[in-house]
Ligand binder design. Sequence first.
Ligand code: PEP
Ligand code: MG
Length: 760
Amino acid sequence: MLGDLRRIAHSFAQEPSLDVALASLVADIKTCLGTECCSIYLAEADQSLLRLKATDGLNPLAIDKTTMRFDEGLTGWVAQREVPIKVHNAQRHPRFKNYPDVQEEIFSAFLGVPIIHRRVVLGVITIQQSKVRFFDQDEEAFLVTLSAQLASYIANVSARLKSELTSLEMDTSGLVLTGVSGATGVGIGHSFLVQTNINLADVSLKKSEDFEGEKSRFYEAVEATRADIIDMSERMSAHLPADALAIFDIYLQMLDAASLGNEVVGKIKDGWCAISALKIVIERYISEFEKMEDAYIRERAVDVKDLGRRLLEYLTTESSKSLPVPDSAILIAEEVTASMLAEVPREKIKGIVSIKGAENSHAAIMARALGIPAVMGLRDIPLLQLDGVDIIVDGYNGQIVISPNDAITAEYRDLESEDLEFTKLLKLEADEVARTADGHRVSLFINSGMGFDGEYAEQEHIEGIGLYRTEYPFMMRQRFPSEQEQQLLYQHVLGEFSGKPVVMRTLDVGGDKQLPYFPIVEDNPFLGWRGIRLTLDHPEIFLVQIRAMIKANVFTNNLHIMLPMISDIGEVEESNRLINQAYNEVSEELREADHAAQVPRPKVGVMIEVPSILYQLKQLKGLVDFCSIGTNDLTQYLLAVDRNNDKVAHLYDAYHPTVLNAIKTIADVTNEIGIPCSVCGELAGDPGGAMLLTGMGFTQLSMNTQNLLKVKWVLKKSNSEELKDLVEDALDCTRPDQVKFRVNRYILNIGAAGILRAGG
Ligand code: PEP
Ligand code: MG
């Protein structure tokens, strides 16, 4: 049964046309379950109507014509109740409704299973039989499993259905796709795809009129792949027996014009672009092989897949290599990384679209730091669908508009100018330090690391760097930076901010921050080898970094070292031991060169971002000089919501009363034991969040430079006593939306409504 399920789902996903895919799906299900009828109904955009889209057993003329409301008939009932429904004699059931067009009089037994994707009903699959009986458990389980597997494929094309398109062939003009907001603002431009690890499943079919061009692209990819295979075969010949080497011959034969090559060219002749033609042919081969009884032949599907992947790699890299970065680029990638952002000139990037990720993924944090509108988590969209099109990134609503028409573009241009006006207003008060209306001072620091924020050092209202993420410069290199390279980099930052504190965090990789030259593959990366756990296991990396920091600090003495992901006191003690060792060694080294050398001892602090440390806060006394709350991780760990997973993005919320209560506890305990505590997670840079934190008693907030003026503006309009009341109210709430309602109401009362659209 598992094999059937996999085969049916696979062949559905590879069909180029939705109508054809649905037609073969119902036929496959009918054969597999031995029923007399199988049909599929899909929900219309407004979620109140189902339309018959395919049937094997009912009147085919009713396809696309027969519709039913969710509150009509048995099929509507399945959609309405969102559960599988079995009826032994449908005609006698009180919910039965006769639709003469479908001609179902002969059927009695009915089983309907809803197709649901992310809580939204996309349609219903039904099977029917003339015998009066209940479909059994196995039949029900089969259909439920299949429906769950198909849901995301169907969701993928339902957006197109909304635009009245019935084919998977791309025509996406004006299509609005929704993800989550990564950074606010509007970006208008042309897509610039950065591809890594693309596979055939990601390819959406596209036509091309350039037959000759597409054909020669394909032939070039074949030749390059052929050369690779010959090369591989030669290299392996010393290590593999002759029968094993035969596989390379099979690959070469498959590449021959008479085999796969001709078929692909045939599809290109039919008008498909080379990549689409490859997808159609390879996926058909895979499906044919997978259907075979003979296990050996079935296994060849893997080889075809591999060959297809190799050809695709050449076809896609060739096309992206030849593309220059457009002047107004919307950078699109499976997962946007620091190095991708570094490779494209900042002024050219107007927007970012990351297929993976959510609001507080590091890609989103980087986008906010750079002030580039971003949308994350468009998971169900094949990457190549976004290639070569104009795109608007609406970072306010977490949406993108593909190939917008002139009217839509004009609306977004208006929004862009409003943004510029608001920024001008904020800049009028840029130089003042942050103070509430009743004179309560709040020190604002910046989060840095992505680029160099030297220009902010001079600005008086910026009181220092509250978080320098040292991992970003590590991520942009091809190897670990040496001690000297690090020293120069840190010296530069400390020097620019001389006279102001700079909090440098030790290397915090793992989770969604990967070093290209030190890959970490884990099942649960956010619960795994991250931050201090990794560097304590590699003292050579930790010691080199600390030594570089201490040396860099000799002339400026403004360094604070901060340890990430601390989850117990033992880690603090071990880190302190290593920091002491590095300090003593560096002091000795420098005194050897100059007897009078004074090496300042940096202050050492910890990030409070792992819940376990909340219960050991008092034991930090005497061990650290300061601490800073990382609300991004604290939120994910307290709520058990992966900050990088768009499927649970709606559950990730730093306004959750549980998170706010935890932060208030940290404020109270650190105050009691006399350890200065700041906040450097994204909540501090969210205007509403900054108001709540100020109301809790925090006087040091660190945020990205883009949000600093917004935070200062709302604080200036707030009253510190009223903020305390607001916090009391928020801590008693049960849900994040209740907190947001109260915060927004206060923002409206103080006349700061402009900030609500400008967002954080
Ligand atoms: C945090 O977790 O809140 C934080 C500031 O660190 P990062 O986002 O880099 O994990
Ligand atoms: Mg963190």
